[in-house]
Design a binder for this molecule. Structure first.
Ligand SMILES: [Zn+2]
Length: 426
């Protein structure tokens, strides 16, 4: 008999995300929800120790007065979402650009006139580490309240050695003080900063010779990412920067084929990146090469929606061709101002025709693969972190269907119940 600190019992649907497939789920396996009806989860401290039918779990555990018991009758349990692509450290919101786009200006036109990433860089450089931490905390609170328990978090609004280090140190501090786990990504190649406008070669040198070695030495990032796009970093420059990053031990990610078919997906395959993200303009050869190289396609429908674009990534084609896909918010002030993974699931279903089942797999276990954290998170299995979300729904399909509101009953992070304004409803 095992002693238990937390028992969640009687769930109508417990989605464990267990599967026979090892590695990221592809094709038909995106439908492997590992569902247990009338399911229970037993937790000891911060880890899951038992998962199964309520009756079977109750037979194998010992409940005492220290055990917190939650009744999940008529509710659904999912693993916490893994939001595998976010930019949560920034200063100014950019609602004026939102209005300019509505009135007809494009993202590229706004960037060319001093808005876009450049305006975020200017504001970020003026703030202290502590100010940036305070600005980010309520955003992480909102993410948690919408069921996200792990995020990948990028730098990329500093674009100088000191300011990129500052951003990554902010991410490290947030990871220490906030319940959400943050996985840091260095994105010094997000844009050419204003002062290097006519010296782009020098900025690339700064990235490869100063920033990457310094970030590596201080162990401030796990991944290195780049905005590989027309007018930002071309294929040759991206290959150069990412090759140096790889030599310094970083795992790789790319913002690829978002606004034009530049070939970033193919470069991701060539370099053995963990993921290529966006992919609105990926071609068949890009899909084939990514699949062969084991690169995960991270789809960000919030960025298409936030920019009011018609073109979404060809998710169904990717799934049909066996490419593993994951979902994320791309939370950032320029193109995707949302901390909510549930709305991303709705967009994945409605705009990319993914099924609710595929969307759930893509935002839990597959997004855990996209940040290389599947030993700890992404599914409800013995030995993993007790990162669980209890939903006030009868069927998991309600989550993308009933959009724009928070249907969460309770969030459990590392085995602890996070207080929610909606707890007890439903
Ligand atoms: Zn992004």
């Amino acid at each position: 008999m095992k002693s238990v600190s937390l028992l969640i019992q009687n769930a109508r649907q417990l989605l464990t995300l267990r599967s026979d497939q090892t590695g990221p789920r592809t094709g038909k396996h995106l439908e492997d929800l590992g569902m247990v009806e009338d399911g229970s989860v037993a937790v000891s401290e911060d880890k899951i120790i038992l998962v199964g039918k309520t009756k079977e779990v109750l037979e194998q555990i010992k409940i005492d007065k220290r055990t917190k018991v939650i009744d999940a009758r008529d509710k659904v349990i999912l693993p916490g979402f893994v939001d595998c692509h976010t930019h949560p450290v920034f200063v100014n919101t950019r609602e004026d650009e939102f209005e300019m786009r509505i009135k007809g200006k494009s993202y590229q036109e706004i960037a060319a006139s001093g808005g876009g990433i450049k305006s975020s860089v200017k504001a970020l450089r003026s703030k202290s580490k502590e100010e940036l931490v305070q600005l980010a905390l309520p955003r992480l609170d909102r993410m948690l309240s919408y069921g996200t328990t792990t995020i990948e978090a990028k730098s990329g609004y500093g674009l100088s050695v000191a300011d990129e280090i500052k951003m990554l140190e902010v991410i490290a501090k947030l990871n220490r003080i906030h319940p959400i786990d943050l996985i840091p990504t260095f994105l010094g190649a997000h844009e050419i900063p204003e002062e290097y406008k006519n010296r782009r070669k020098d900025y690339i040198k700064l990235i490869t010779e100063k920033m990457i070695p310094e970030v590596a030495k201080r162990k401030l990032a796990v991944f290195c990412d780049i905005f590989c796009e027309k007018g930002v970093f071309d294929i040759e420059e991206s290959r150069k920067i990412l090759t140096v990053a790889k030599e310094h031990g970083f795992k790789l990610k790319l913002h690829a084929d978002q606004l034009s078919p530049l070939g970033g997906a193919k470069l991701a395959a060539e370099l053995g990146a963990v993921s290529a993200d966006h992919l609105e303009f990926i071609d068949d050869e890009g899909i084939r090469m990514m699949k062969k190289a084991g690169v995960i396609g991270v789809l960000l429908p919030g960025a298409c929606f936030g920019l009011g674009l018609k073109e979404y990534p060809p998710a169904k084609k990717m799934i049909a061709k066996g490419l593993p896909v994951a979902l994320a918010t791309d939370f950032n002030p320029g193109s995707s101002m949302t901390e909510s993974m549930p709305i991303i699931l709705s967009l994945a279903c409605l705009m990319m025709k993914m099924t609710p089942t595929e969307a759930i797999t893509a935002s839990t276990i597959n997004s855990a693969y996209a940040v290389d954290k599947t030993k700890e998170v992404g599914s409800i299995e013995v030995g993993k972190k007790a990162d669980l979300v209890i939903w006030n729904v009868q069927n998991y399909k309600e989550i993308p269907y009933h959009y724009g509101v928070n249907l969460i009953n309770q969030v459990i992070k590392d085995g602890k119940v996070i207080p929610s304004p909606l707890a007890g409803e439903g």
